[in-house]
Design a binder for this molecule. Structure first.
Ligand SMILES: C[S@@+](CC[C@H](N)C(=O)[O-])C[C@H]1O[C@@H](n2cnc3c(N)ncnc32)[C@H](O)[C@@H]1O
Length: 392
């Protein structure tokens, strides 16, 4: 019933020019191998943090439900399911039985993170959770605390990660929140974590918070969001060089994280309209919360890949501190998509402001999409550039 990964032609999203990057890894293989070898009974199964659909497609016979924070993962899962259907690997009825779950959170004045509205589960509580261990322990903590509400009293959680992603602190997290936890031997540099739901204790998740003094902005972040407990050094450099008199403009904070850049622009003038985009649901929620808590009413928030779905030539400014990782893999594909999209959504007088580590080859990449690229500041670590006159 479990489909063999080597027989499933799966693709990454966004596609990468680096053909050595696959849409699954040894941790996915180990999870599926273990389910099969150990004859784990599968009834109500939840898949967490599937990266490109390897787990969801292989386990499709069990009508899985999946939960991911990532728009990129969600797109990859859905694209791969429909591609496999048109290739005849999966039948359409099975795809219709795959469900997804999208909890939302808010941050209380005492910094407690609480679920906005409890998610109604279509099926019974889950008795098996198969998960990929997320990059940040803070996100793992939130996810395990959430899972506790969704799983049956004797549910099993089987989590997989590459050896370098599984630390003592990871195991402590499972032990503290779920119950007795063991690990497997290493196989192709991947390991599994087995945790059995045991105690009834409930855990409180705290948001991180800092103040950006120049604009008196109180910035909070939900778990897993970039640079949650302090302003990123690169972002600080960009903010130091931003024009201070932007008014009555349409602006974008691209890859907004907690929305700090967008909040500064929104605060400069209430006449600015600021669109904030990110692929992470928790980032978008954090940005929305920060606008609300700082009484900024001129923001709009979209969870998407780069600027997908945004109208061409409709903005005056785009600001960005681009990512150079997807999950744990370094990549230029996302920055590259962002530069291309920024050139499309800017009007002819528009400006694209970017900060980056100086070793990254962004100057050339920007020149592919803009006629003019100026360096505004350059220190041993970071470069701030402004790209103008989009080539579209
Ligand atoms: C370097 S962080 C910058 C965050 C924020 N702007 C700041 O300066 O603190 C990059 C952000 O890009 C987001 N991101 C990654 N891939 C993305 C994509 N394909 N589309 C949109 N946002 C993405 C990440 O979730 C992260 O929040």
């Amino acid at each position: 019933m479990i489909k063999n990964l080597s027989e499933l032609p799966l693709f990454r999203f966004p596609p990468s020019k680096d053909k050595s990057l696959k849409a699954w890894n040894a941790a996915d293989e180990y999870l599926l191998y273990h389910l099969e070898e150990a004859h784990i009974p599968i009834k109500n199964i939840l898949i967490v943090n599937d990266q490109f659909g390897a787990l969801t497609t292989s386990l499709i016979a069990y009508s899985p439900c999946y939960w991911t924070d990532s728009f990129l993962a969600e797109t990859a899962i859905s694209d791969n399911l429909y591609r496999l259907q048109s290739d005849g690997h999966i039948n359409a009825e099975l795809i219709e039985k795959v469900t997804t779950i999208k909890p939302q959170y808010q941050i209380q004045p005492n910094n407690d993170v609480i679920e906005n509205q409890q998610v109604e589960l279509a099926s019974q509580p889950f008795d098996l959770v198969v998960m990929r261990i997320p990059k940040h322990n803070s996100l793992l903590e939130l996810q395990l605390t959430q899972l506790k509400k969704w799983i049956s009293p004797d549910a099993k959680i089987i989590a997989g990660g590459m050896n370098k992603e599984v630390h003592n602190s990871t195991l402590d997290c499972f032990e503290k929140i779920i119950g007795t936890t063991k690990t497997s031997l290493s196989r192709k540099k991947a390991r599994l974590v087995f945790s059995t739901n045991q105690d009834d204790t409930s855990h409180t998740i705290k948001a991180n918070r800092y103040t950006y003094a120049p604009y008196n902005l109180k910035i909070s972040s939900l778990p897993g969001v970039f640079s949650a407990n302090k302003l990123d050094i690169g972002t600080r450099v960009l903010l130091n060089y931003l024009p201070e008199n932007i008014a009555n403009k349409k602006c974008i904070d691209l890859g907004c994280g907690n929305g700090i850049i967008g909040a500064v622009i929104a605060k400069q003038s209430t006449d600015n309209h600021v669109l904030l985009t990110d692929e992470s649901a928790l980032a978008i929620e954090s940005a929305r919360i920060n606008f609300l808590h700082n009484k900024l009413n001129n923001g709009e928030f979209i969870q998407t890949h780069s600027l997908s779905g945004i109208e061409d030539r409709s903005f005056d400014y785009v600001f960005c501190n681009p990512p150079f990782h997807q999950n744990n893999t370094q990549t230029l594909s996302i920055a590259s998509a962002m530069f291309k999209d920024a050139a499309h959504v800017l009007n002819q007088n528009g400006e694209f402001w970017v900060v980056a580590n100086r070793h990254l080859p962004y100057y050339k990449m920007l020149q592919q999409h803009f006629n003019q690229v100026d360096t505004i500041s350059s220190d041993p670590k970071f470069v701030v550039r402004v790209a103008r006159r989009p080539k579209t």
